[in-house]
Design a protein around this ligand. Sequence first.
Ligand SMILES: Cc1cc2nc3c(=O)[nH]c(=O)nc-3n(C[C@H](O)[C@H](O)[C@H](O)COP(=O)(O)OP(=O)(O)OC[C@H]3O[C@@H](n4cnc5c(N)ncnc54)[C@H](O)[C@@H]3O)c2cc1C
Length: 310
Amino acid sequence: MVSMAERITPLPLTSSRADQIFPTLTSMQIERIAAHGRRRTVRSGEVLVEQGDRAIPFFVVISGELEAVRPTCATETLITVVRVGQFTGEINTLSGRRALARIRARQDGEVIQLARENVLTLVQTDAELSEILMRAFILRRVELLAQGIGDATLVGSSHSADTLRIKEFLTRNGHPYAYIDLERDADVQSLLDHFHVSVADTPVVICRGETVLRNPTNGEIANCLGFNEAVEETHVRDLVIVGAGPAGLASAVYGASEGLDVLLLETYSPGGQAGSSSRIAVSDRTRGGYQDSSARDRHRHGGQIPEAAD
Ligand SMILES: Cc1cc2nc3c(=O)[nH]c(=O)nc-3n(C[C@H](O)[C@H](O)[C@H](O)COP(=O)(O)OP(=O)(O)OC[C@H]3O[C@@H](n4cnc5c(N)ncnc54)[C@H](O)[C@@H]3O)c2cc1C
């Protein structure tokens, strides 16, 4: 028997843009999505996506309700409820990384289900839906980051250089995580006891509540969280770029927009030196203002960036 979420109301958003984070699609938009997938029924309590699943399918609710929950040691936390006309997914739906949350039907109902590759096709061919989906996926990731909801928990100390290294690695890779501080959080000892680790083992990263990494390297964290699993290593590319700083990112975007099959390798995190600054001034004489080589460009053009590849 699958347990229902501990909270019966979803977590409150930190952003005021609820209509963009959880937009309700029109019937015309839903019909266009349906052309890329299949309609299916779901039963109350049915798990459609498990945390940690790869190649996450995408769902639009036709009737009934879905819920996204974060599984924890003994229970779960309700993140959000997906209602009629709304859709599931966030950045990992496009990137091919593992699911951060469990998706389950709250009631009997009907959904449209799309495989990941069909979502990629939709985003590349339907400008209006691409705008709606990309904005929602990016804003949902921002919410997960702001609320520390994901598949990783870091236990450490703000006085530890390795704790700060791991925090920076996860943050610069845009990966949401919960942080538990040895000096500040009261229930830290029970968590350490649960996973049979001591204070001397910290910093500790717990992946999906299962795997415990004691003072891991960035590469070990990337492997545990599956940062690079979506990259097919035997696939021959037109263009391989080493380094995802501004120069590498620009080359990848332009290469992919010319139809090349691009792989961008990065040892740390996208953005290079520019990623270490909270604000970068970039002069663009053709359009003016600031430009951002973001995840949006990467996924739209189909490029891939594995991280911590060393
Ligand atoms: C704090 C700060 C503020 C800045 N502010 C501005 C600003 O406001 N305006 C401005 O124009 N410029 C600014 N700069 C400079 C700007 O960030 C750099 O000029 C720019 O990042 C250089 O881009 P790049 O792609 O050539 O190299 P880098 O940014 O150095 O990127 C190289 C990338 O390659 C990766 N890499 C290296 N070796 C390997 C390997 N073997 N395998 C895989 N990956 C590898 C690195 O991890 C890195 O991500 C700033 C720099 C810093 C540090």
